[in-house]
Design a binder for this molecule. Structure first.
Ligand code: ATP
Ligand code: MG
Length: 321
């Protein structure tokens, strides 16, 4: 089966500064996204995510390399016939209402009137904008515009969704809504390529991820392998009696990450789990959480950039759950 997205040595440079020096925003990106896959595109600010997405959407030209959508050159308008796109900063004619906007976009896509009407009703319901369907976009909040952008991307029932930070500006309910939409689309066999900074979204939604660091592709593969490096380290949170001290007993040799009132979080090895569990219970404590140690996105970027700092410093700064 043809891949939904393929790039080969895709590169983009911009001329910057008074000397007009070429600065690489993207260098030699090679990715292949299979049909039906949810692919997360991760990178810190300025990493080159939007640059890649704009090339895929034919909005800018690469300096070098090539990109294909369903086997057709991305620069050809026909390649985007089956693609829905959400830009990084969705912006619409704000004197229109969502119904008018979707009617306009549907007409531009040469959709039959009846399909436009049906899709408009369905999609505005899906993104929780039914009540605002006839209100001018001018009065919309950022999250409402973002959700409208997602409805617009889905209008023509595309097979491939290219979403530049779809969760941006959304509150937890909005993020949950978009995550549910992405899962449903995958169930329908659609391909979703989206950029993000938000780890839970990547973890729960993506089959694979690509990680960019300053325009360089540093990783393509399973997010589990990236976030849970081998080593079988765990984090255990225990609730202990008031008089208990971490220097005492079974947990004394282990690294205390943080504590707050009667809660203590330690980093432990997998082989120590059962003896620690017994020791905690024997001390009249209880286990609140036990989870594999996960790298934060910040740690992952630092490691991939080759600038990693001592782990303890960063884990000590971890927020309480
Ligand atoms: N039109 C432009 N002219 C000059 N430089 C640009 C232009 N567009 C992007 N860049 C530069 O290219 C690099 C990559 O930018 P890009 O917008 O692709 O990053 P990003 O990964 O999407 O970041 P963010 O998370 O902030 O959205 C940055 O250094 C940026 O300054
Ligand atoms: Mg961007």
């Amino acid at each position: 089966m043809t891949s939904a997205i393929t790039t080969s040595r895709l590169s983009k440079s911009y001329k910057k500064g008074v000397r007009r020096q070429q600065v690489a925003a993207l260098a030699n990106l090679d990715i292949e996204v299979q049909q039906g896959e949810v692919f997360g595109f991760i990178g810190s600010n300025g990493a080159g995510k939007s640059t890649t997405i704009k090339i895929l959407m034919g909005l800018i030209k690469p300096t070098d390399g090539q990109a294909w959508l369903f086997g057709q050159q991305a620069s050809a308008p026909a390649a985007r016939a089956r693609v829905g796109y959400l830009s990084e900063h969705p912006h619409f004619y704000d004197f229109l209402t969502p119904v008018e906007l979707l009617r306009l976009l549907g007409a531009m896509r040469q959709m039959p009137q009846q399909d436009i009407r049906q899709q408009t009703e369905k999609l505005l319901g899906l993104v929780s904008l039914s009540e605002a369907a006839d209100r001018k976009i001018r009065g919309f909040s950022k999250g409402m515009v973002q959700r409208l952008g997602i409805a617009a991307a889905l209008l023509d029932d595309p097979d491939l969704l290219i979403l530049d930070e779809p969760m941006s500006g959304l509150d937890p309910l909005g993020r949950h809504l978009v995550a549910t939409i992405i899962r449903d689309l995958q169930q329908q066999g659609k391909t979703i390529f989206f950029s993000t900074h938000i780890i839970p979204d990547i973890e729960t939604l993506c089959d694979r991820v690509g990680i960019l660091v300053r325009g360089q592709q540093k990783y393509v593969g399973s997010i589990q392998e990236a976030l849970y490096p081998a080593g079988n380290r765990f984090e255990i949170t225990v609730r202990m009696p008031e008089q208990w001290r971490p220097e005492q007993g079974i947990l004394a040799p282990h690294h205390l990450l943080w504590h707050k009132e009667s809660l203590y979080k330690f980093e432990i090895a997998e082989t120590d789990i059962s003896s620690i569990a017994q020791g905690v219970i024997a001390s009249n404590g209880s286990i609140v959480t036990l989870e594999p140690k996960r790298r934060s996105l910040e740690e992952l970027f630092l490691d991939l950039s080759g600038h990693s700092e001592p782990t303890t410093e960063r884990t000590l700064a971890s927020p309480a759950p």
